[in-house]
Design a protein around this ligand. Structure first.
Ligand code: ITT
Length: 202
């Protein structure tokens, strides 16, 4: 069944401030007022699914049930070729508790060195999901390919941005102006697919 999404309040089912900023930049120009799970003080569900799609739907569903409003979630991560796709769905968890992404980036560097591989290819993956309070969900997957460079450079982004260089670029996402990252990122790719779907149903 196709659901309408009235322009208005959209709950962003994320506790990651970096994502909230990027989701607001993508969705607010469409006329949505994005209110995050942080602002609403919603509990953070445990990510128990084995896939990005599964965890994205789980997070959106938890927020939709808690608020009675359609909720948007983002499950994303860094997949490193020579590490068999790790850290993947465990990208946030590699940063420990409390989150330390400099430690997580160092862990990626160490793991890569242990493989002995000179292939530093990687991609960012993002699944954006929307779930209605009755449990119906739609999910859209995006990616951006590139490679990793060490040591980390730049403080403009969040998470693993300081080590990721997108295909055709020479600077890391951490050094890139946000508008430029928003034009090429995994999140932007998933957003474009969701936007095509939103245009079809509205
Ligand atoms: P929520 O579940 O509350 O949304 P989270 O940080 O736990 O927040 P994920 O489980 O989806 O989110 O973990 C994805 C991790 O991948 C995230 O913490 C970042 O470190 C990393 N990541 C995702 N998108 C990124 C981006 O655009 N730039 C840099 N790192 C990114």
């Amino acid at each position: 069944m196709v659901r309408k999404l009235e322009h208005g309040k959209l709950v962003a089912a994320t506790h990651n401030a970096g994502k909230v900023k990027e989701l607001k930049a993508l969705f607010e120009p469409l006329g949505f007022s994005v209110v995050s799970a942080i602002e609403l003080n919603l509990p953070e569900p445990e990510e128990t699914e084995p896939t990005f799609v599964g965890n994205a739907i789980l997070k959106a569903r938890a927020a939709a049930e808690a608020t009675g409003e359609p909720a948007l979630s983002d499950d994303s991560g860094l997949a490193v070729e020579a590490l068999g796709g790790a850290p993947g769905i465990f990208s946030a968890r590699w940063a420990g508790e409390p989150r330390d992404f400099y430690a997580a980036m160092d862990k990626v560097r160490l793991e890569l060195e242990l493989t002995g591989s000179t292939d530093y290819s990687a991609k960012f993956v993002c699944v954006l999901a929307i779930c209605w309070p009755d449990g119906h969900a739609e999910a859209f997957e995006g990616e951006v390919k590139g490679h990793l460079e060490f040591p980390p450079r730049g403080d403009k982004g969040f998470g693993y941005d300081p080590i990721f260089v997108a295909e055709g670029e020479t600077i890391t996402f951490g050094e890139m102006e946000p508008e430029r990252k928003h034009a090429m990122s995994h999140r932007a790719d998933a957003f474009k697919k969701m936007k095509t779907w939103l245009d079809q149903i509205s």
